[in-house]
Design a protein around this ligand. Structure first.
Ligand code: PEP
Ligand code: MN
Length: 338
């Protein structure tokens, strides 16, 4: 931690800052310049609240040097984490495609879409059975019936399953059907849920919260990792900004930032990040170019009748064409995609 002292601070105030730092267990290195005094406080304390120093008289500013997350940090785990789920690797050189509808709606729908997903060469079928809807009057998902259909459709085409878990009470039931738990944006900081998923041995895909900083997102990953589950995938799904022509603002820069700060794989979700069908292919292409380890895309054969997120669902033909384009981009940056 670096503490910048106010130019007008008195010796007494500086001594008081030093005393506080020492009492908190830091080793002190004081540098006195012509204008400014800087105090280096050495000691790894990821949970230290720097406001305790910021608030002291004579302190101009305080900067943290060590990130507050540890298990999620690349500093402590240099190599990429590669998660192997029944032979499908997430976080390696191959870019994984996750696709399917927003919600499982009925048998015919999920089987039709699973066939398209398989035809595209994607390995993972998505579909919500428990849906986090903004309105309590919107379709809330089919529940266990939806999970059964999703699993059946995935098994028919040899696909893995990912589906959202919204609360602790759903962990066991969803665990019977899924290969990956999805934590939705709205639950990114539901710490009790994160801890409970951390105690399972099923991989977890953690979506970025609506207004979460990357550091807050990595701290949430830290909750899962520190509870014993090393298999965490991050998912950038756009953040809330002032822009209204898109549903969210797709933070592509999060991809290289996460790769630098963390060893965990990152998947991009251009569907929720934009909210509009015409914006999805360009952002999917950009995500692959930016280094995403996977892309999640919502599709629907009849989006006008979809029970959720129809406007952002790609039609099968557009989706298949997009996957071909993504293959070209992946090859151009030395990655595989099939
Ligand atoms: C979803 O993937 O269906 C979903 C609800 O996404 P998010 O949590 O990112 O809004
Ligand atoms: Mn959706």
């Amino acid at each position: 931690m670096v503490v910048i002292i106010e130019p007008k601070a008195t010796d007494e105030q500086i001594q008081n800052v030093i005393k506080h730092l020492e009492d908190y267990g830091f080793q002190i290195h004081k540098s006195v310049g012509v204008q400014n005094t800087i105090i280096g406080a050495i000691g790894v304390k990821p949970d230290f609240d720097i406001r305790k120093i910021k608030i002291l008289d004579g302190v101009a500013d305080v900067y943290r040097v060590t990130a507050p997350f540890k298990l999620a940090s690349r500093n402590f785990h240099e190599l990429n984490t590669v998660i192997d789920i029944k032979g499908t690797k997430i976080g390696g050189n191959e870019i994984v495609i996750i696709s399917g509808p927003c919600s499982v709606e009925n048998e015919d729908q999920i089987f039709k879409l699973a066939e398209i997903v398989s035809k595209s060469g994607a390995k993972i079928l998505r579909g919500g059975a428990y849906k986090p809807r903004t309105s309590p009057y919107s379709f809330q998902g089919m529940g266990e019936e939806g999970l059964k259909l999703l699993r059946k459709a995935a098994d028919k085409y040899g696909l893995l399953v990912i589906t959202e878990v919204m609360e602790s009470a759903q962990i066991d039931i969803i665990g019977k059907y899924t290969d990956i738990y999805q934590i939705g944006a709205r639950n990114m900081q539901n710490f009790p849920l994160l801890k409970e998923l951390g105690a399972t041995n099923i991989p977890v895909m953690l979506k970025r919260g609506l207004s979460a900083t990357i550091e807050e997102w990595l701290m949430s990953a830290e909750y899962i990792l520190s509870s014993g589950n090393p298999n965490v995938i991050l998912c950038e799904r756009g953040i809330r900004t002032f822009e209204r022509y898109t549903r969210n603002t797709f933070d592509i820069s999060a991809i290289p930032v996460v790769h630098k700060k963390s060893h965990l794989p990152i998947v991009a979700d251009p569907s929720h990040a934009t909210g509009y069908r015409d914006q999805v292919p360009p952002m999917a292409r950009a995500a692959v170019a930016a280094g995403a380890d996977g892309v999640m895309i919502e599709i629907h054969h009849d989006p006008e009748k979809a029970l959720s997120d129809g406007p952002q669902a790609l039609l099968p033909e557009t989706y298949l064409k997009l996957i071909d384009e993504l293959k070209t981009i992946a090859a151009a940056i030395g990655r595989e995609l099939n």
